[in-house]
Write a protein that binds this ligand. Sequence first.
Ligand code: NAD
Length: 498
Amino acid sequence: MSFDLPIAPPARVTGWAGDRATSGGGLELPVFYPATGAQVSTLIEDDAQAVDGAVSAARRAFDRGPWPGLTLPQRQEALERCRQTILDHVDELARLECAATGLVLRELRERHMLRAAYNFRFFAEYISQTSGQRYDQTPGYMTTVSRVPVGVAALIAPWNAPVALATMKIAAALAFGNTVVLKPSEQTPLALARLVELLQEVLPEGVLNLVNGRGPVTGAALVDHPGIDLVSFTGGTETGRAIMSAAGRNLVPCTLELGGKSANIIFASADMERALDGALMGIFSNNGQQCLAGSRILVERSIFDDFVGRFVERAGRVRVGDPLSQDTDIGPLASAAHRDRVLSFVDIAKGDGGTVLTGGTRREDLGAGYFVNPTAVTVPSNAARVAQDEIFGPFATFLPFDGEDEAAAIANDTRFGLVSYIWSDHLPTVMRMSEQMRSGVVWVNTPMMRELRAPFGGFKTSGVGREGGASCEAFYTEERTVTIPINPQPLRKLGAQT
Ligand code: NAD
């Protein structure tokens, strides 16, 4: 079986430095369509010199302006034009995104691209609500504190939701007056390359630049570059350590949005049907490739067998297939290597005494694409690797618990701390459990409901810093204190005596 391509992507993909393509200089990297395994484009990797060109363009656009000095309405207007550009190209961008990620086209059109457009509107509106401070405690002096742009922002994005995640960073960085060098994942450069090209029409030269290539080559050259003033990274925890070390060497601030192994805790007091819907969405949407996936499903022992039985029955009916079909729930995984890694956890689970409840296999009948069946396992304890490691695929791990204390202990027994999900209609249970969760976000009786004004990010190795309204304002601006004498006291006249 073979599937149609969502779109014919450009044969070669390059970055942007100011008003021209980056100089490349590195390897030619293949881009594959995950539904067929066919190469659909070639990425030209940017070496350190090409990265220097992009950073220099962003530096000039920041240091000489006009971007950081635009009035609020001017910047809001530019952000609004970015939003409209995305809305005018939703179908093309969604198809390009599909061609590199294999994500379901319907979801890309209806969720990812609309979120991307909204990210620009959100920050355009947000900046009109920001305010400075004024202090006058010292008699005769007035002190004001204002927030000013930081400078050149290095933004590094992963492959699991490239446009939706990168536009959160781009919109925030631009809204607060910074200029940008973006580095997408080398696996999924297509839609972001087109977006950056389109936005050149509505942004001043050098404000938004793009470099492409592998992390240790292009990404490392970017975060090591002395012309960078901040780094915002979303990706894996190990990469996060390398990025933070580089940012430390350069003494620039960084935020890290990293991995997760989030507990999805289902009490007997929950609305069972809703919890079941939520548990399936929590682990299988976005092809299971989500940092915030509810991948450890903890179920109160009295309902464990019933709940797991119903989950497995529904998982068996989740439709895996062509990303272009309206009927598809799950497309292929993002790469052959990732598919193999996800499936390797089946034997790891068995080795730890686990039982495969459903899935755990490739979908050979769907051809050469990277398809796997939705998978669920149960393991004897939370120490099992499938309960501790981020698998980042459609792979649910089930564990039973007795009572709130045990649920909280298991939920927190992880090196991650991104999200916790609690399902119960008993308010005191919900309140007590929410307070015990060692995670940056707690979602109650709902899967994934992101409020952009609220901070999003992780405890422990799930991250450093937060994204969201006020968190982005704090990160993408520097505070500047100005003190002015309005009724000056006489100064000491050092050296005035004769
Ligand atoms: P990754 O860490 O392999 O790569 C992410 C990005 O970093 C890519 O652009 C990559 O090229 C770049 N990179 C890699 N090494 C680098 C280096 N040394 N210097 C600079 N850049 C480097 O992650 P991935 O596999 O693309 O994405 C999956 C991971 O992202 C998962 O762990 C997932 O949980 C995480 N993620 C987190 C969030 C969140 O908001 N917390 C959201 C989405 C994904």
